[in-house]
Design a protein around this ligand. Structure first.
Ligand code: F6P
Length: 546
């Protein structure tokens, strides 16, 4: 048995980390900084415009070298190569995992099942660019000849979170003559509110769904079709001017009534949560233009190359993943807070929730055995400084250890007065306060009454990463997303799980399909669920007609 095949907890590095974690559990970051004055420079890494300061983590040189050893013993190098090579590493679905091909420059090649996929990627990108230019220039008109001014993306999960996050993140670069809306929830309120002030004659729907069978998306798409036709006099021909599809499933797209000439495809080797840089990003491309989109792809690609080729000790995604494993598995930490200090990144934490938790929220290893260690922490967050006036209290003084990623930019896209210095002072202040806190002696020395001292003391020793970039550009956004994609990949490799399936979402979908007719039935249906579910369904039926 090679070390890579050995169960995680049996690996030498894991065992050494267990012993080491006991030894340094009570070591305070104050002491760590005193003992290691050079760490502020040494524990930093830089790649394609992103600067990572990870010095404020509860790690010593020994911790880092053991974590790096764990990565080696877990076969990370081979797994990275296997992913980039197009091996079918998503074993439960027998699929390659090739979101990296979506941003591979023209002329390079990645072969899947005997076929180079890079030319196909660029063929779709070129079609997307042509279509985006037509919308942006007004050359593509609606059924009545009016110019398209509203773009509504209908999709859910990876077919929504990426597009909405990217639109918000890159709003500064977007065509302000166009209005963008995103409909995801099957709750009719989402569609109603997104379209209530739109003119159907000026509205284009992008129906985005990898499978084109997702209940939420198909329901919203049918509603959109009816809304469109009603507003355009009922002429079926209108659909061709007001609906385009993004999918891997041409058959279902045709069945829905969208001409495949108006379909932008992608492939089964792109996972939904890894698809925002595929045709799923059509709304992003329309918003920022093909050049902006290509700049974003370039940012992704730069981080891909960094991840593939940089030694692990300087590799940003690898370092971040190892730190997450350190806190999750050796400190019992259960969450990671994502704290972007940029209003444009307000949907970034929500986007990362799917990327991280749908990928690594697993308890079965690749070999079918149950894990005997914790896997993905819960990712959550809000933009700073809003979070500071809400939940930071718990991070600073609560009983839980919550590692934080603080993300900031040296230049503001909206430089108003002193706003940006105030914003960034909070990034640095929060990381400082979290790490070093304020001792009882310091609080006492300020003349605080003895009884109040414990309340006003900050323990500190709360770890954080600080990620800085010069400016939020399309390229930097791509780099940042790829950083987290490869961070998630690295975590999954070490935990020995399949980060690219999502069987855990299936049961609820199946049960909902069974319950739908029970809710709609005109006569009293026979119910065969558990007592609680039966009673809830009966109550809903009794009250829904009121
Ligand atoms: O239910 C989970 C999921 O399969 C996600 O993985 C995916 O991003 C989402 O549903 C939407 O799927 P689709 O793009 O096929 O509509």
């Amino acid at each position: 048995m090679t070390t890579a095949q050995k169960s995680l907890t049996d690996r030498a590095a894991w065992k050494a980390l267990e012993t080491h974690s006991k030894a340094i559990r009570n070591l305070h970051l104050r002491q760590i900084f005193v003992d290691d004055p050079g760490r502020d420079e040494r524990l930093t890494a830089e790649a394609s415009g992103l600067f990572l300061d990870y010095s404020k983590n509860r790690v010593t040189n020994e911790t880092l070298s053991l974590l790096l050893k764990l990565a080696e013993e877990s076969g990370l190098r081979e797994r990275i190569d296997a992913m980039f090579r197009g091996d079918k590493i998503n074993i439960t679905e027998n699929r390659a995992v090739l979101h990296v091909a979506l941003r591979t420059p023209k002329g390079k090649s990645i072969v899947v099942d005997g076929k180079d996929v890079v030319p196909d990627v660029h063929e779709v990108l070129d079609r997307m660019a042509e279509f985006s230019n037509k919308i942006r220039s007004g050359a593509w008109t609606g059924h009545t000849g009016k110019r398209i001014r509203n773009i509504v993306n209908i999709g859910i999960g990876g077919s929504d979170l990426g597009p909405v996050m990217a639109y918000e993140a890159l709003r500064h670069y977007s065509d302000r003559n166009l209005t963008f809306r995103f409909v995801s929830n099957v709750d009719g309120t989402d569609f109603a509110e997104a379209t209530r002030d739109l003119d159907p004659a000026e509205t284009l729907f992008i129906v985005s769904s990898k499978t084109f069978t997702t209940l939420e998306t198909m329901t919203n798409a049918q509603t959109a079709r009816a809304w469109s036709l009603k507003g355009l006099g009922g002429d079926e021909k209108a659909v061709a001017r007001h609906f385009v599809a993004v999918s891997t499933n041409a058959k279902e797209v045709t069945k829905f009534g969208i001409d495949t000439a108006n379909m932008f495809g992608f492939w089964d080797w792109v996972g939904g949560r890894y698809s925002m840089d595929s045709a799923i990003g059509l709304s992003t491309m329309i918003a920022v233009g093909p050049e902006g989109f290509r700049a974003m792809l370039d940012g992704f690609h730069q981080m891909d190359e960094h991840f593939r080729a940089t030694p692990f000790e300087r590799n940003l995604p690898v370092l971040m993943a190892l730190l997450t494993i350190w806190y999750t598995d050796f400190f019992g930490s259960e969450t990671v807070a994502i704290l972007p200090y940029d209003q444009y990144l307000k949907r970034f934490p929500a986007y990362l929730q799917q990327l991280t938790m749908e990928s690594n929220g697993k308890s079965i290893r690749l070999d079918g055995q149950r894990v005997n260690y914790d896997t993905s922490p819960v990712y959550w967050g809000e933009p700073g400084t809003n979070g500071q006036h809400s939940f930071y209290q718990l991070i600073h003084q609560g009983t839980r250890l919550i590692p934080c990623d603080l993300i900031g930019f040296c230049q503001s896209l909206n430089p108003l007065g002193d706003h940006h210095d105030y914003l960034m002072s909070n990034v640095f202040a929060q990381a400082e306060a979290l790490a070093f806190g304020k001792t009882a002696e310091q609080v006492k020395a300020e003349g605080t009454a003895d009884w109040l001292v414990p309340h006003r003391t900050f323990e500190g020793n709360r770890p954080s990463n600080t990620i800085l970039a010069d400016r939020l550009t399309p390229q930097v956004l791509g780099t940042l997303i790829a950083l987290y994609e490869h961070n998630v990949f690295t975590q999954g490799v070490i935990w020995g799980i399949d980060s690219f399936d999502q069987w855990g979402v299936e049961l609820g979908k199946v049960l909902a399909q069974r319950i739908i007719p029970e809710l709609k039935a005109s006569g009293e249906p026979e119910l065969h669920h558990d007592g609680s579910t039966n009673a809830l369904i009966r109550r809903y039926r009794q009250h829904k007609a009121k």
